[in-house]
Design a protein around this ligand. Sequence first.
Ligand code: ADP
Ligand code: MG
Length: 731
Amino acid sequence: MSNPRFSAISKIADRNPVTVKIPSERISDYFGSNVFDDESMRKFMPEDVYKSVKSSIRLGTKIDRKVADQVATSMQAWAISHNATHFTHWFQPLTGATAEKHDSFFTIFPNTKGIENFIGDSLVQQEPDASSLPSGGIRNTFEARGYTAWDPSSPAFIMEIGSGKTLCIPTIYVSYTGESLDFKAPLLKSQNALDEAATEVVKFFDKNVNYVVPTLGWEQEYFLVDLDLYFNRPDLVLTGRCLLGNTPAKNQQLEDHYFGSIPERAFNFMVDFEKESHKLGIPVRTRHNEVAPGQFECAPIFEEVNLAVDHNQLIMDLMDRVARKHKLKVLLHEKPFASLNGSGKHNNWSLMTDAGKNLLAPGTTPKNNLSFLTFFVNTIAAVNNNADLLRASIASAGNDHRLGANEAPPAIISIYIGEHLTALLEEIEERVKKGPINEMEKQELKLDIHNKIPDLLLDNSDRNRTSPFAFTGNKFEFRAVGSTLNCAGPMTVLNTIMADQLKKFKAEVDNLISEGEKKDGAILRVLRRNISESKRILFEGDNYSESWAKEAEKRGLSNLKNTPDALALSLEQVNIDVFTRNKVLTEKEIHSRVEIQMEQYAKKIQIESRVIGDLAVNHIIPAAINYQNKLIVNANGLKNLGFKNAEIETQLNLLKRIQHLIESLRKDVVLMVEARKKANEIEDSAKRAKNYATKVKPTFDSIRYSVDKLERYIEDESWPMPKYRELLFIR
Ligand code: ADP
Ligand code: MG
C-alpha cells in the first residue's frame, strides 16, 4: 500500500470542472476582450490622440506629455468600464519572472472625498522601489532608482485574479542612468536594428516595403503534477525539479503518451487556461500530450516577436494560476524528472514585411525566390558567425540538463536545412562564379533555383528532430531554448546577429554594384561566398551521435556543456562588438548581465545542494533508520523463536545494505558541503559559478545514487516522499 498521505490523490472530486466564465463558446466572440487593443483604442480615444499613438507605435517615436495624459484618461475609462480598480506597470526584470506593483486608480486630493484618477505621468513612467531586483552592479543600492517606462508597442491588458481586476501596462525597465535592466529594452532595440537592416535588403526585391518585423511562434512544454503531491516534495517546491527518485517501471518506453488522448483532468485545466489566454488576446491554438507521461505542450499562432514574448511570459504565469484551481501544479523546469524527457520551448522565428509577406517562405516567382534565398542564406551566415552568442542566450542551470542529454538538441549549435536545400546551396556554390556573372548565366540560374523550390517544400515532412536549429519550410525553429526561459533572450540575439549580417551583406552587394556588376549577379555572388563560409554549421545527421561531437570539433564548432562556460564567451570582444555596433546593448550592460547570470547560476546550484542535503539527512536517513529498526525487531523476534542466522539472511543482508548506503550517504553529504564551502569562498562570480558547475554539482550524483537505491530497499509505506510513479500519472 502506498503511504496514506499520498494515496488519496486524484480522487474524482479533484477533477475540477472547467470554471472560467466566458460570454459564448465561440472564441472569436471574446478573443482580446481584456486587451486595450485597436478596437478599444478607437472607441475610447479621441480621433487625433488615436492617430498620434498609432504613429508613435509604428515609428517608435516618443509620445508627448499632452497626448500621454489623454491616453491615460482613455485607458482608465476603458479599464474602469471593465471594473478594474488598480493599475500596474508590468515588466520583465532579469530574474526571469515578471514583476508588478499595483496602485489603485483611487486617490484623495486635499479637501475632497476621493476619486478615480490616472494621469499621463503614471502611465508613461514609474519608479518602483526595486533595489532588490538584480542589476549586476549597475545600480548600487543607495542609487537604487530604476524606472519603468511605457512600451506602447505592446497593448495594455486587464489581469483578472479572483475577483480583483488590474490594468497591466507593459513597460521596459531601465536604470536612472539609462541602462537596460530588463529583457524587453534590448529586445525592442534588436527589433529596430533588424527592421532597419532587413528593410534595406528587401528593397533589392521590392521597393514598396516600408518595414520588416521578426515573428515568433513559441511552443511551450510543461509537466502537470497533483498539487498535494507537489507540496510533499520539498525539492519540487524549492528547486522546480526532483533531485531524487527512481524512474518508474513504466515511463515513456512504450511511447504511448505522445499525441495520446489527453487525460480529463489535464484537459479541463487546458480549456480553462486557454479561455483566460484568449480573453488576454493570446492566440493559443495547439494542445497535445508530449513524450513523457504527465508532459504536455501548447502553442499559439505566431505574432510579432515583442508581443509573442509578452504573451509567453503572461501565459506561464496564467498556467500556474489556473492550475491551482484544478489542484494541479505546472512544472516549467527544463528537467523535472531525471531519465525522462525534459521540457523545451521551441522558438519558431521568421521575418515579415508590413504587407504581411513572410521573407523566409519560398515564393512563386524567380524574383521572390532570390529574395527567399537571400534571407535564408543570411540567417545561416548569421548563425555560423555568432553560434556562441546563440548558445549563451539559452544557457541556464535548468537547460544544462537538456543540452547534451540525448533527448534534446545538443550544446553544439548547428543548422538542419534538409536534403533539397542542401543540394540547392551546393549547386549555387558550384555554378556561381567568383567573378562577374553574365546576363544569360544569371537568368538561367534564377530560373533553375526557382524550379527547384517545389522540391524543397517536400522536405517539410522530413524534419530532423535532433537539430537545435532547423529550417521548417517557412521559418527557422530554434529548439534548444529551455522551457522556463524568457524568449526575449534568444530572440534578442537572433534579431541582432541577423541585423548585423544583413548590414554586411547589403554593403558587399552595394560594393559589387558600384564596381559595375548588375544587382542580381552581385547578390548571387555574395550569397555564394556566404554559403561557402557557412558550410561548417550545416549538419543533416543525428545530432545525438558521438561521431557528430567529434566531427563538430574538427569543424571548429563550440560544444559548451555548462552555463558558466557558455556565458563566458559572451564577454569575448568580437561578441561584445556585435551588440554595441547594432546599438542593442552597451559593453557595461553586457558585463552586468553576465554577472547576474553567473550569480544566478551559482545560487541555483547552491539551493539545490542545500535541498538535496536536507532531504538526505532529515528525510531519507531517518526513514532508512526506522525501517532498519523494524528489521531489527523482526530479526530478533525470529532469533528468539529459534531461527538461525542462516535462516534470516534476507533481513540481515537488507540491514547491511541499508547500513552501507546510510554511511555512504552521510559521507557524500559531508563532501558536498565541503565543496560548497570552498566554492562560496571564491570572490569572482564567473569563477564561483564554474566551481559550482564542476565541483559542487557533480557531488549530487553519488548522493542520488544512494538515495535511489534506498528507495528500492525500503518498504513503500515508509518512503517519505511521493515517488515518480505517483507524480507522473495524473488521471
Ligand atoms: P511542430 O511541433 O511540428 O513544430 P507546431 O504546430 O507545434 O509544429 O508549431 C509550429 C509553430 O510555428 C507555431 O507556434 C506557429 O505559430 C509557428 N509559426 C508558423 N509560422 C511562423 C512564422 N512565419 N513565424 C514564426 N512562427 C511561425
Ligand atoms: Mg516544434
